[in-house]
Design a protein. Structure first.
Length: 353
């Protein structure tokens, strides 16, 4: 047995995972868990933490300080909310417990009261909450992290009732300025649904669209903010990445559309502006502009034609980029109020220049 060492321990757990995971195929479940592990490891590393071991769909992590662990926990939950906007009850949520105590390694496993207590506290921690043991709460920097008493609990294996605390997250509107907002939609998808296709066909199309959209977002540093059926909102911090991602999305979807013999081409609206998010609610004029741009511009396309349309703000940001000279101005008939006074351009292919 190795010597004891005082360690800040974090335990995470996915809320409602039993019923949620039962509906997934084995491959989809494995992909979700792998992605979730990478997500936790990435946010932990940003605050000096690392994963100790897995525990079902949850993980044990360690940190050098309670305050760092608390900041990581807050960042994890906020990032989950922002990446699943408008998902409602289908949203992935986690509960988090932070404990402080002596631990040791026995037979390549970690043991200690901090682990035992954190496991007990996890059972009373609601989804989207971060609970602290008393020792962790006493070690936290109160000027940075606010806490409140939940109540005193009597846990199995512990002789006395223990006060447990929660982190009070001060939810405020988060402003993301100067971002590139991509809004995509499949043209003719609603008409196809009206024709009554087989459920398997609809599922295959939506699964393919989801896979290609999320894959491209990940490749080019984008964030999928929300999706409603066949519509997606993805944001990027860089103009070149945004336009390259838009092109790759149209190209990859075109290949899928031809393979699946699906008549639904994709259209994209891309705008540069500001996002406002409060908890899991996304709002702001610029999101509306991207949506209206996609919708209004799609009317310029033939039934089986795809297109990428941008506002002048995006085109100006691409000055000096090879794609800048591929934009051609377009005139929208009876444009919606959201697009009044805005310059609109269509990205043309290299061949049509």
């Amino acid at each position: 047995m190795n010597p004891l060492r005082t360690t800040v321990v974090m335990k995470t757990d996915i809320s409602g995972s039993t019923s949620r995971f039962r509906e997934l195929l084995a491959a989809d479940l494995q992909a979700l868990l792998s992605e979730h592990r990478d997500f936790l490891a990435r946010h932990a590393a940003q605050h000096g933490g690392s994963i100790l071991k897995g525990a079902g769909d949850g993980y044990w992590l360690e940190f050098s300080s309670v305050t760092s662990a608390a900041k990581a926990a807050i960042a994890m939950q906020e990032a989950l909310r922002l990446s699943q906007l408008n998902r409602g009850d289908d949203r992935l949520a986690i509960r988090i417990v932070i404990a402080l105590g002596d631990v040791a390694v026995v037979d390549d496993d970690f043991v200690g009261d901090a682990f035992a207590l954190a496991a007990r506290v996890e059972a009373v921690t609601p989804a989207d909450e971060i609970y602290l043991t008393t020792a962790a709460r006493l070690a936290i920097t109160s000027a940075e992290i606010q806490t409140a008493l939940v109540e005193n609990f009597l846990f199995k294996g512990f002789a006395e009732r223990m006060p447990i605390y929660r982190i009070e997250q001060r939810h405020r509107t988060r402003v993301t300025a100067d971002t590139y907002i991509l809004y995509s939609d499949l043209e003719g998808f609603g008409t196809m649904l009206d024709a009554g296709p087989a459920s398997a066909t609809v599922e295959r199309i939506l699964d393919a669209l989801d896979a290609v959209t999320r894959g491209i977002a990940q490749e080019f540093g984008g964030t999928v903010r929300f999706n409603l059926g066949d519509s997606y909102c993805v944001t990027f911090t860089d103009a070149e990445q945004a336009i390259t991602a838009a092109e790759r999305l149209t190209q990859n979807w075109e290949a899928i559309r031809l393979r699946e013999e699906c008549g639904c081409a994709i259209s994209i609206g891309l705008h540069r502006g500001t996002l406002y998010t409060f908890r899991s609610f996304l709002y702001g004029r610029d999101v509306w502009i991207a949506s209206r741009l996609q919708n209004a511009s799609a009317k310029l396309l033939d039934s089986h034609e795809y297109g990428i349309f941008v506002t002048g703000a995006v085109r100006n940001a691409l000055l000096g980029n090879p794609s800048h000279n591929r934009f051609q101005p377009v005139v929208l008939e009876s444009p919606p109020a959201a697009l009044a006074g805005l310059e609109v351009y269509r990205l043309c292919s290299e061949a049509s220049r």
